[in-house]
Ligand binder design. Structure first.
Ligand SMILES: C[S@@+](CC[C@H](N)C(=O)[O-])C[C@H]1O[C@@H](n2cnc3c(N)ncnc32)[C@H](O)[C@@H]1O
Length: 175
């Protein structure tokens, strides 16, 4: 299966603060999260972003989608909470709607990021949050896997957005 996560996911599930090391954090859109809300995480891997959200917020329902059934099986095994579910799914297929959609470090690997983002935008009822490399446009292959970085112009061509520049990854918020 493509683009598995080689990161220390067991540690991330055990201690969600460790995820902050890769830069995913909620501070940029936390203001939105005071109410009950639904959250869709596309390319959720083993669901460790759920643990990060659950640490800070209570009133949400999380759906994680990933193309790799083995990862979804692990995600289900490690998350028995009632406010989350995990499903096998492809970013290019019709996605369930949610208030906030997150897609972290997935479209950087895709041949057709534009149509993936169009689907994400259709699913996002309030905000779409992308976690991607932003800088000089780049397309590289390592070990048969594609890695991209998008220019600001490219991410803005997908819709009005706020770009919060990070190191390897930036947070791009639509809506
Ligand atoms: C590099 S990992 C990122 C995982 C996590 N979102 C993060 O940022 O740590 C990419 C994830 O996307 C999943 N993936 C790859 N292609 C996909 C597709 N077409 N639709 C849904 N998920 C996909 C992979 O199985 C993998 O879990």
């Amino acid at each position: 299966m493509p683009f598995d996560q080689s990161g220390p996911w067991r540690r991330w599930i055990a201690d969600p603060d460790k995820i902050r090391n890769i830069g995913i954090n909620l501070t940029h859109f936390k203001g939105l999260l005071e109410e009950r809300f639904t959250f869709l995480d596309v390319g959720c891997n083993r669901g460790y972003v759920y643990d990060l959200i659950a640490r800070e917020l209570k009133q949400f329902y999380y759906t994680g989608i990933d193309i790799n059934p083995d990862l979804i099986e692990d995600a289900k095994k490690f998350h028995k909470q009632l406010n989350c579910e995990f499903e096998v799914g492809d970013i290019y297929d019709k996605l369930p709607k949610a208030d906030i959609v997150l897609c972290s470090r997935l479209i950087i690997h895709l041949d057709d990021p534009k149509s993936a983002v169009e689907g994400l935008l259709r699913a996002a009822q309030r905000k779409l949050v992308l976690f991607v490399g932003v800088g000089k446009e780049k397309r590289e292959a390592h070990d048969g896997e594609l890695f991209r970085r998008f220019s600001e112009k490219t991410v803005r061509s997908w819709g009005d957005c706020e770009i919060i520049k990070g190191g390897s990854y930036s947070t791009v918020i639509y809506g």
